[in-house]
Design a protein around this ligand. Sequence first.
Ligand code: NAD
Length: 372
Amino acid sequence: MTRLRTAVIGVGHLGQHHARILAHLPDVELVGVVDVNPEQARLVAERLGTRPYTHYQPLLRQVDAVHVVTPTVYHHEVAAAFLEAGVPVLVEKPICRTLAEADHLIALAQRAGVPLQVGHIERFNPAFEELLRRPIRPKFIEAERHGPFTGRSTDIGAVLDLMIHDLDLLLTLVGAPVERVAAVGASVFGGHEDMVNARLEFANGCIAHVTASRITRHPKRRLRIWAPEGYAGIDFVTRKLILVQPSEEVRRYGIPLEQLDAAARARLKEELFGRYLQVLHLDGDRKGDMLTAEIQHFLHCVRTGERPRVSGQDGREALALAERVLDALHQHAWEGHAHGPVGPHQLPAPAGYLFSPAQLARPEAEPNAEAA
Ligand code: NAD
């Protein structure tokens, strides 16, 4: 197999992992790494035995594929330059800042006849992959994505930084357009929203509640689905999938509450999960690295011309939904009318203090992991 010549543009927090993985794949040559910060480019290049650049221009005609891992504001400029040169692109999520930019990238990829993949990495989470193998038609979904403030990705807010992962997963799972969006959220650090909750109503009757926060103390990334087929819960961090379905007995006859005597009723609680509702715990493959799986899939698409699992169009649809959430969020009237505070940058005046500063001195005021 000929070695694919590749490069990574933007080797900060995430890009250096893209570069590390590429440098260790046997059928790939990492031609160079690019970063506007010369010291960062030099450090990463030295570590991986490749060449550092501070601009992507010299690499346009030297590579067979490229990864764009710059801050989102530069995705369009960099990805467009490579697509115009006929080079397949893996661009990190969100695909771009605007739908017009995303449309432009999709058109360029089509014209060049090369794959454009977007880095919605949760699609490669083994627990999500496992779920998609099963016949589930979600009717109510709760998605939560919480993390502590990292100081990165401050060019975008929690919707484009975090929630867009779940918006892409929801569109994949539900397979119907979103008819209505309501959202509420707040900016704590000033620039963009840092926490947000959205309620999405899909054309097929499914309803989703999606929450994202980058100011939560303890990270949490999970999805809970209720469907006619049963219940599915995914923990994206541990890659665990829990499936619950009604037993054959319940499917046929329901739970015959009125026919149960007092003793049987007393046993119901113990027998609910087991006899009536069957539970399956599945541990997703924890050895495989999701970023490696995503990159290998991209390289496979580059070699075969196959459509990527997360195409430019998928990235665009997730962005379009994210924009609707942002619109709803910016129109949200905290007091129920437009004369009061509206949107994430204005909050209602606090009604008082939740606790007095003196209470902080007492240890029980420290929140535990469960409560925070
Ligand atoms: P970062 O700030 O740590 O790294 C970005 C790097 O790009 C920096 O080193 C910066 O100097 C460099 N850079 C800036 N402009 C450049 C340009 N024009 N050309 C070359 N280099 C440039 O950010 P990060 O956390 O690594 O995020 C990068 C991208 O990856 C963002 O789009 C972010 O949304 C995405 N991301 C995706 C995931 C995921 O789960 N898929 C996770 C984290 C970040």
